[in-house]
Design a protein around this ligand. Sequence first.
Ligand code: SF4
Length: 379
Amino acid sequence: MMNLQDGIASGQPADARRRRDLVKALLLSIHRQLASISSPQKIRLMEVCGTHTMSIFKHGLRHLLPDRIELISGPGCPVCVTSPGQIDAAIKLSDIPDLIVATFGDMLRVPGSQGQSLAKARARGADVRIVYSPVDALQLARDNPDRNVCFLGIGFETTAPVVAATLKMASQLSVNNFFVYSCHKTMPNALEALFSSKESDVQGLLCPGHVSAIIGEQPYGFLVEKYGLACAITGFEAEEILLGVLSLLKQLASKYPFVDNCYPRAVSPEGNPSAVAALEQVFQPSTAVWRGLGSIPGSGLAIRQQFKRHDAESHFGIEIEEPNKVSGCRCHRIITGQIIPPECPMFRKACTPENPMGPCMVSSEGACAAWFKYGGERL
Ligand code: SF4
């Protein structure tokens, strides 16, 4: 078994048959490990990353794991955690004459607090365009020198360095009609906010592989020290996720939690210092409002003074008003692991991918979309 695990962790290529064998062997180990944990209670493990959520559903891992293990989704889908006030502000931006709003496709259909969306704004005549990277948005600005272009910066530590590099490029090339509305968020402080809550009964965390590739292992240390959480940095293949689950169970059984890097082929202990340096050069920590988690100091990324001329928030005077009234959508409770999608009364009824009522049903990484597409109920 150890050889199999070492093989996964080192990234040896695995053909379909070998991967099936790995999955079977890991499931067997998970069952055995679980038997060594005497408490009969459910073991709640959270996957923080939206890509993990989709992969868990796609591979049917919820069905394969023992009933005692409950996998719940956390605040790792960047579109889902964008606050309703920020969505409203993006929609308002699109009303500015002659402004082109450039965004990733997932943002288009996310409803704001008044039932509006960028897709509806576009139908009314706003110029909203889908781009695949911030560099595409910069090019759009260069191709349209008589118009302003605003890129909606949504994402975590994974996406933000690319936006930082694009802002540096815009500054060097003096593309003064290019702006970024920075709604970026960073993970560690949000995890602190989530797990400092007395209501959290999560025992282990599958830490996000992509974010960890940038920030490394150390930023999760406080979760072990302060909250006794077992942590496993995990990749996205079925066998990699199962390896992470096995690590969490071993940590819980030994009562010796630590940050286990089960994804060393992509994540080094120190992360990616160049990406972090680019990020720190362009952005500074700021308070950000998260859907479901509220206002969290130090969990946002504001554009530094040196690059202010590209900052949409100051240039267009964006004022973010978080609505007092929460719609019937329960995304805020899904993101924090308090409920699962079928517990939302609108799931599969009023709310479907064709007619989404909240971001978790819109985003390709949203928990509601995953439950809808693959079904999550136990067999
Ligand atoms: Fe929101 Fe729809 Fe998910 Fe319910 S099912 S939480 S309404 S996105």
